[in-house]
Design a protein around this ligand. Sequence first.
Ligand code: GLC
Length: 478
Amino acid sequence: MTLPEQKQLWFEHYKTGAQQLEKAANIKGLVSAFNANIDAVVKLTGAEIKKLIQAVGADESDLMLEKHNSIKRPEDALRGLIKCFGNGIAEEWIIENEQTFLTLLELLGTEKLQMGGQGGIVANVAAVCGVNPVYVHAASLPKEQAGLFLNLPNLKSFTDDGKAMQVSLMERKSDIPLIHYIIEFDKDDRITVNGKKVTCPKANRFIATYDPLNLKLEIDPAFDRAMASGKFEYDYLILSGYQLLQEKLPNGKSGTERIDESVEKIKVWRKNAKEHILHFEVASTQDKIIRKKLVDVFGNFADSIGVNERELIDIMEVIDKPDLADSCNAHTHSVNLFSALVEAFAYMNVARIQLHMFGLYITIQRKGFKLKPLQNRNGMQTAALVAAAKASTGALNSAYVLLAAQHKKVSDVGISELNDLAAYIDAAYGRNELRETGIFYHKDFDVIAVPTIIIEKPVTLVGMGDTISSVSLIGASL
Ligand code: GLC
């Protein structure tokens, strides 16, 4: 098969997208918890970063050092930003005190605000896809936060007296806004720091987060009561937000204890709910004790797990696979990442795990899982379409933009990653048709791999993973 033929074949596969989105209305509810926050998005050029360094009066030699991944002073935010810029990677660091946050607020402003947090982003995208109802948890719900939820009647949270209400119309007056700075930068941009020229290899972002509530996984009691009541039905329970936890919390408590406490609550929700799929979105978790705990807890509790390439490599670090982590770091391609995915799948006792990497999504799942391989492929294609629409338009605020990229073909890099993976699986596991169908039926598990559409100059990349993981499920209806 030639490259144009293979791309045409995938273009045909992708045509189910519109139909899958229509079927989203048949889903009987989706719950998205826990983290919703306000993202303040700032795009910076190398030259602008240089100006910030001067404004802060930072010592440039200090900015090039590897130190703690947290923000105790404004200089630390610059250090993290330069690290991400120079490596073309995404990281999120926590701002540890209010004074530093206020300094950054003054330097960076709040010009562009949008929905942030996996929980909030998943809720908005599920609602705009037509899932009805979507129940979303918000640790804090001042007017500024409520206004970032889409103005849709199917997107709800719970009032104190246990009623489901459209969340964009709600307001908890004494709550504070939780602001995360998303600092984006472009590929090929340059900066000179401490006499050293740094060129950005890939458009990406650095996140500086000030969020005293989600940081300790604060759970809204009204939401917890409503979920525990068993009165509200759902097919999907999507959990995220745990990545912000640290083992030593500012209030003296331990992050692992908070994980256990939340899981006890969720066990009650699930006991009182009908059959559903629990998906856990790992997200970039800096604290290794928390990361390990999450892998162990949700590995035995969730049905489905979502990771990007970085998060998968980070998992290798804590399940004692340092060599695999190293090879994935050295060559971050589908073959190495697939090996890591197989290890993660073997370590965790989950039925399904999905990786979203640059150009390709890969799912491994147990034989007989509720969502059959072809359903998964449909879901993953729908996710790729919606993600491309998000990247090219910047926001998924209305249903009609969801298919904005449906005329586009999958990327060359996606096809090449897919073909490399297929060749590897041919040799390691046996003949397969991944190149043509994206599906490989192994005797012990099924693999689904979908090459994706890539938008050359994305308006935004933040929240992409959350969108992909959730729409892969939402779009997988029969
Ligand atoms: C993290 C950040 C949040 C951002 C999200 C996107 O949760 O804290 O600000 O919106 O990632 O995935």
